[in-house]
Write a protein that binds this ligand. Sequence first.
Ligand code: SAH
Ligand code: SF4
Ligand code: F3S
Length: 482
Amino acid sequence: MTIKTDDTNYYREKILREAPETEPERQLYFCERVREIVKERYGGEATFHIETYGCQMNAKDSEKLAGLLLQAGFREAETENADFVLYNTCTVRENANQKVYGHLGYVHSLKNKRPSMLVGICGCMMQEAEEVEKIKKSYRFVDIIFGTHNIFKLAELLFDRLTTGHMEVDVWEGTTEVVEDLPAERKYPFKSGVNIMFGCNNFCSYCIVPYVRGRERSREPEDIVAEIRKLAADGVVEVMLLGQNVNSYGKTLDSPISFAELLRRVEKIDGIERIRFMTSHPKDLSDELIQVMKESKKICRHLHLPVQSGSTEILKKMNRRYTKEQYLDLVDRIRAAMPDISLTTDIIVGFPGETEEDFEDTLDVVRKVRYDSAFTFIYSKRSGTPAAAMENQVPEAAVKERFDRLLKEVQQISSEVCCRDLHTVQPVLVEEKNSHMDGYVTGRMGNNTLVHFPGDESLIGAIVDVYLEESKGFYYMGRQEV
Ligand code: SAH
Ligand code: SF4
Ligand code: F3S
């Protein structure tokens, strides 16, 4: 069949009339239609490139987007010099947005040389009306704009763009829909992220995520377990369960279930050797979860437990719903159950109203908990969040000075803590060939620490015992025990 896509009206209407109404069938149908159009317009295979910003949720979404594009007849390209370039954006801090605009300038110059090129933007930034307006007005060369709730519709949006010739803008306010069973392209053959829930209901006062990712929705445990079984059959040994606050998983399901119970079910899946999860909100971390972790052979001894601030006063203004003492008490209970656990955190410096005394409380928590590592952020004002309207925004110079002090403290402690397993044998999941040293491979311990040791590619994806010979601060050099 030759497709007269120029004769768009007739063709478009016929295709739309025949499209299935249920998902995922509808999207698979549009993948095939796009494949036909791409074949005709691009003389065979076209290429795509996705630039991903932000957190693990976005990384996972990009794997789904890539899966759809492969199904629609595109092939992946390493760089933005491709037929379709898609930016999956983050807006959690101002500098995340700025990076995207930098890239848009560059891709515009590429598109000037390659007029058939398509450019798309999706993700969290597109859930903000003012950003969409800015692109519609000043970045007219962009072809497709969509948000976080309808990534599953990529093929249909591409079809619309290719058959109408207009900029295609489709951003949803929210959704209750979770579309299962669409193709996804995994970045690693041996490990995979698995969404267990979407959105967030916590409304920490500084954070834009609840506005751009919508209300919290949990997937059915049966769907999660089925997906992980399939991954295991496909060679995956490590899963990372993903949610903005995994500890509140399952509470709103018709048959409610706890996160700890979900972990028990995932533990039983043959072939899965390691289970990780992100992120735990301290206010919802239950004793049941601590117990399940303690008894588990598969759940990694690592908890990312964002503290954000050590000051009870600031935590209250942040709407975190725990105090400094409650947080420290939680850490004590976790360590009592699992003395070898590695703890990591996120910290914000310069939240409105933060005094030197508040900041000292943050340093105090850092010194008491002794994190393996900490992500430190300078507070960024996000429009529409309650904190943006708060008075007493901290002067930039004070924030910078505190940030530097915090970073120094965090790095010092981290270099002391990270070498605690020196001269022991630890299981390491081999992830890749070492890019700096020939004849070496790189892998991760259960607590996420990197280990480099002599070995070849045949080890990739295997969990092997490695003797940790030398600590380099944030990673080890080792040798395989045979
Ligand atoms: N749901 C996760 C975090 C998602 S955002 C949680 O609650 O832990 C990742 C991190 O970005 C947050 O933990 C916080 O430290 C940081 N962050 C979020 N909003 C921010 C803002 N407005 N300014 C600076 N850092 C911010
Ligand atoms: Fe943002 Fe708080 Fe939700 Fe995390 S828990 S995503 S910091 S609102
Ligand atoms: Fe960024 Fe969205 Fe994640 S704002 S941090 S990509 S949920």
